[in-house]
Design a protein around this ligand. Sequence first.
Ligand SMILES: Nc1nc2c(c(=O)[nH]1)N[C@H]1C(S)=C(S)[C@@H](COP(=O)(O)O)O[C@H]1N2
Ligand SMILES: [Mo]
Length: 426
Amino acid sequence: MPRLPSSPAFWRSPVRGPWFTSVLGLVLLVGIGVLFVTGLLSYAAYNPGLAGVNDKTPGKGLLGLYLFAWPTRPVWLYRLTQGAHVTLGVTLVPVLLAKLWSVVPKLFALPPVRSLAHALERLSLLLLVGGGLFEFTTGILNIQLDYVFPGSFYPLHFYGAWVFFAAFLAHAALKTPAALRNLRDLRGEHRTQQAQLPDPGQHAGAPRDELTSPEPGPPTVSRRGALGVVGGGSLLLFATTAGRGFDGPLRETALLAPHGGPEPGAGPGAFQINKTARVAGIDARETAEENWRLVVEGRGGTVRLTRAELLRLPLHGAELPIACVEGWSTSDQPWRGVRLRDLAALVGHDPDHAPDVLVESLQRHGSFRRAALRANQVRDPRSLLALFVGGAPLTPDHGYPARVIVPAAPGVLNTKWVARMTFGDL
Ligand SMILES: Nc1nc2c(c(=O)[nH]1)N[C@H]1C(S)=C(S)[C@@H](COP(=O)(O)O)O[C@H]1N2
Ligand SMILES: [Mo]
């Protein structure tokens, strides 16, 4: 009679066992903890609590309780937190898959439910495995396919993260003590046997666990070798992803993800572009000198400025990166333009007490055509309505005639092709 996956003997790999699962589990404990914290930081960086236009999850309720005003220093803050979030997520994929592989006999075990406690445990495992696969899949699709779920990525990934993390915490609380014990108890034996199969856990006098095959097949690789394959896979992913956070030769090492490889084009505007002017539907006629006007509104009234008039205001420089939620970023670029605080002053606000601002683009469709900035971002003297980068006027793709650039903020807050700014408490 053929064996079914529900039979423990169906699963023959001698690599499976408590030691292998414990090592992977502890790596994920640390890694997923970091993913969760950097993910929450990323969410806060959008300032979703500030205004409806920034908020893709209006139903967040208590989950938004921790939100805080995202700081403007150090300028590389979001570059670091989001680069770490995405790079670590990609790097952990082999570990996650190996961990699931190592416990797969349990997922098929029958009867599906033995008692109420067992039913609860299985439900939490369902949320854990489902939630984990869901978070990794949505995250990777988002960086690979450039916003496949327009607008809906944020709610999916955000609520999914909380479901996943709740199940993860429960699982970690239940399993970490045993995982640590497994490693400690098995370490000495492990050393002397040089990771020979079968799993040392089988000889530790412990009752047979559900992970170890009762009829292991012949070994083809040692447990350490198997871990080496997983670690090697992670290392390969890391090495072909991490470079997306740097300019020049390092970016060229990022073969696997978009915004890796060579910089686009040549000249001062030759750094990574998120959406081109064409994709955003920006018509060259609207941005031409004779047609484009910047409308600035505030307590003291409304002014309309041509580009030539903007150029007569005091211009300031700031060296700031672009750091996208997708995990790629540029080095600091030399921007030049009018300070946001000076624009607030132009419409009747004391620059040191300048309020929030709503920035709107010429773009008519798409979730990032407008964004709200918080007062602390407006007041920072390095926050600019940039007109130049690298000593030349902005290129159309980088937001000509004018774009916002704010220190430490996620890319989405740096609105391109700006048409209107409304200062006031949001
Ligand atoms: N109007 C508008 N501004 C925008 C966007 C957009 O889609 N439309 N994308 C934002 C995102 S997600 C990023 S990462 C940065 C990228 O700026 P860059 O293309 O100049 O590198 O622009 C931001 N500004
Ligand atoms: Mo972005």
